[in-house]
Ligand binder design. Sequence first.
Ligand SMILES: [Mn+2]
Length: 294
Amino acid sequence: MRRLGIHSFVWTGGGTQDELERAMDRSAECGYRLIELAYLRPDRFDLDRLAQRSRALDLDIAVTMGLSPDTDISSEDAGAVGRGEALLADAVRAVRDVGGSKLGGILYSAHGKYASQPTDRGRKNAVAAIARTADIAKAAGVDLVLEVVNRFETNLLNTTAQGLAFIAATGSDHVRLHLDTFHMNIEEANPAAAIRLAGDKIGYFHIGESNRGYLGDGTIDFDLIFDALLDIDYGRDITFESFSSAVVDEGLSKACAIWRDTWTESMPLARHARTFIEMKREEAARRRRTNARP
Ligand SMILES: [Mn+2]
């Protein structure tokens, strides 16, 4: 692992500059070395000030987002595809300007429940738009990672195998997968096997519980997850993601169907997640050493 990160929605819906800066302070205070910001809007935030703060705190920034029906690059409507591609290019530039390392999330379709299957033409539109976005991201020094999410949040990339086929179709070496234990728990036949299948194509990894609350309060077998990450020598960032109705963002909270509070206080949750993840990583390393002993 490179850096352990935390999603800003553990702290705040992020409506104001001050809220984002306080979230950065608290993340660093809890020992996290990356913060994930959702929908970083250059028109609403002072990116220079956020960049300065992140440097002072030695806190890397990842930005994630999802497209809307109006900017859906997996659509057959050329207007929506064009608007989506322009939005992605703007997002890449915002990540660069804030000094961030990567752009992730549902960049290849709208974020929401579709009423029908993807079409061949729509998928081709998405592949082409992501390939062009990857060129822009590469030139900007920003990693581009596509989050594979469950069936209720996209119709295009629900499994790691689908994600691998999609990035192969782009022909780009600059597109990787952004995997998430919450989504894998719903869609993968075997989440650990999916991690081993993706190997070096994993560019970013979200740790979330099956109910999006406290790690350990759900049904995900994190021992198998951390064994698999160790097996592939995963060396990129891992971010803790958790949502509760205690922190509300109109867009993301609705898209993710956050209707109840799995927690109410941010600081104990953040401290617990860091301890949990570090313990699980140590246990996986110890299991490997024990197994290797003759
Ligand atoms: Mn996620």
